[in-house]
Design a protein around this ligand. Sequence first.
Ligand code: DGL
Length: 292
Amino acid sequence: MEEDGFIGVFDSGVGGLSVWSEIVRQLPHARTVYVADQAHVPYGCRSLMEVRAFAEVITRFLLDQGAKIIVIASNTTSAAALYHLRERFPDVPFVGMEPALKPAIERTRTGAVGVMATPATFQGGLFANLVKRYSGDVCLLCQPCPGLVEAVEAGALDCAETEVLLKKYLGPMVDADVDQLVLGCTHYPFLRPLIQRLVNPGTTVIDPAAPVARQVAKVLAERGTRGPSSRHSNPHGNRNGKHVFFTSNDVSSFTHRIRQLLSNSLADGPNVRPLAWLEDRLEMDPGWDEER
Ligand code: DGL
């Protein structure tokens, strides 16, 4: 199925790997290219306009390489740019993320639902629409969580500082008897063991990665195998295997973090390459493979 074009996935950093791993679990033959814009992480404390501009450049890069579908593996970026990107690139199928309010509100027994996300995600029209559509008379606790993205980027998944932050953010939810907790940022699933220890027993922690991956499979099946754009270069190269990861920051620390977060699930180790921001475009180093 995947011979013509690949699945492009992007986020500000490592968070989108929580979505990427579910995509490759559900679509084991898929080829993927993942872009982590770690030169600009975190996106969640930036303006929606700024995030939208980054998203457009990354999308263009992925399309130039031959992406046949783009997965915006970031709630913040989806909030800032999903509608805009669909307008700008009408032939390209985009799959975005939104906090999973609907299932949480349907399932709550206590009538209290918590949402953790970045400040920017709560500011976007996408979230306001969700609240208007689904919240009804449920008590919705929306908690912006600055600092958590940085903790995941640094690999601080189970340390005292991260626990202090999480206690601060989760305390009001525990007090309000929240029984459904929505992870509205793709970085947060990596903190799930710690989160689960700090919430009331029986709280359901909702990570939308699996339904998003199902949506990717559905869109691909509907569209067939042909990609939307012409391929100008081949990011998978000769030796690269099925998955390529790009970072706009340091290659070796991204490689190390992928290994930590994905528990070495990539048989030959991740194939990570550098990307450089040049004003309003992204460029890869064509000689990178040969140099290594
Ligand atoms: N992981 C992204 C999200 O889902 C972006 C977080 C950030 O860079 O602040 O929101």
